[in-house]
Design a protein around this ligand. Structure first.
Ligand code: ADP
Ligand code: MG
Length: 245
């Protein structure tokens, strides 16, 4: 069953066509890895899903509602984007709030969860990402891997139906990527629906149900990770993988 359906999405920045008729679906409980060279439009695509970018044409459907249909946005955008969570390369934590407060700020501000539940949920999630002892620490006291685990726990606070990751380990020292990938792997095991932009080909091969290769604003090839990453059909995919591996 398709949870997110992207149809012929177009986006330009001035004269630059960043997304050219991009279409693909994400099924419920599926992990989709998006790979591709820098500048191919991967971040723009993810950001469009949660309305951090406005697209110029095409449709984005979420379940049975349209965030945008034929370029026309819904009136209740927030109701739709609230159903998704996003994790960024640079963590985007609030530096003046401690770890627990970082998790609790959004649900508190939006009144979308009973206050008593917010504290319980944040404790639960900090335990899940192994950061219970760091609840009262501030982001600048944490390693990059710990910061990213806070960001993941924060994204989970509102019970999102899908989690979007934009190069979640690209800002981390190599020895810290493992702890973040482990949390993501655990989420995949729990059947969380995820779209992960990543350069971690090992992770894509092992965890993703499907790999999408983007280049120059287009989806060039998609399919089973074992196929796309090991036996790519398109020349552009072959060339990219040769440079990456
Ligand atoms: P990727 O994530 O695959 O590296 P991006 O989606 O970040 O690619 O960027 C795609 C292209 O769009 C790049 O050429 C980038 O420079 C350009 N771009 C992204 N955001 C903006 C912006 N806000 N204004 C102008 N150009 C942008
Ligand atoms: Mg990017």
């Amino acid at each position: 069953m398709s949870l997110v359906s992207i149809k012929q999405v177009k986006k330009s920045f001035g004269p630059l066509d960043v997304l050219k008729n991009v279409s693909f679906d994400v099924n419920k409980n599926e992990v989709v890895a998006i790979i591709g060279p820098s500048g191919s439009g991967k971040s723009t695509l993810l950001r469009s899903l949660i309305y951090l970018e406005e697209i110029d044409g095409g449709s984005i459907l979420f379940g049975d509602v349209a965030l945008v249909e034929d370029g026309k946005y819904a009136a209740n955008i927030k109701n739709i984007t609230n159903r998704m969570g996003m994790v960024f390369q640079q963590f985007n934590l609030f530096p003046h709030l401690n770890v627990k407060e970082n998790l609790e700020i959004a649900p508190k501000m939006t009144n979308r969860m009973p206050v008593a539940e917010i504290g319980k949920k944040s404790e639960e999630l900090l335990e899940k990402v192994g950061l219970t002892q760091w609840a009262n620490s501030y982001p600048n006291q944490l390693s990059g891997g710990q910061k990213q685990r806070v960001a993941i726990a924060r994204a989970l606070m509102m019970n999102p139906e899908i989690l979007l990751f934009d190069e979640p380990t690209s800002a981390l020292d190599p020895e810290l990527t493992g702890e973040v990938l482990k949390v993501m792997r655990d989420l995949a095991k729990e059947d969380m629906t995820m779209v992960v932009v990543t350069h971690e080909m090992g992770f894509a091969k092992e965890v993703a149900d499907r790999v999408v290769f983007m280049d120059q604003g287009e989806i060039v090839e998609e399919g089973d990770p074992a196929e796309v990453l090991v036996n790519p059909k398109q020349e552009r995919t072959k060339a990219f993988l040769k440079r990456t591996l």
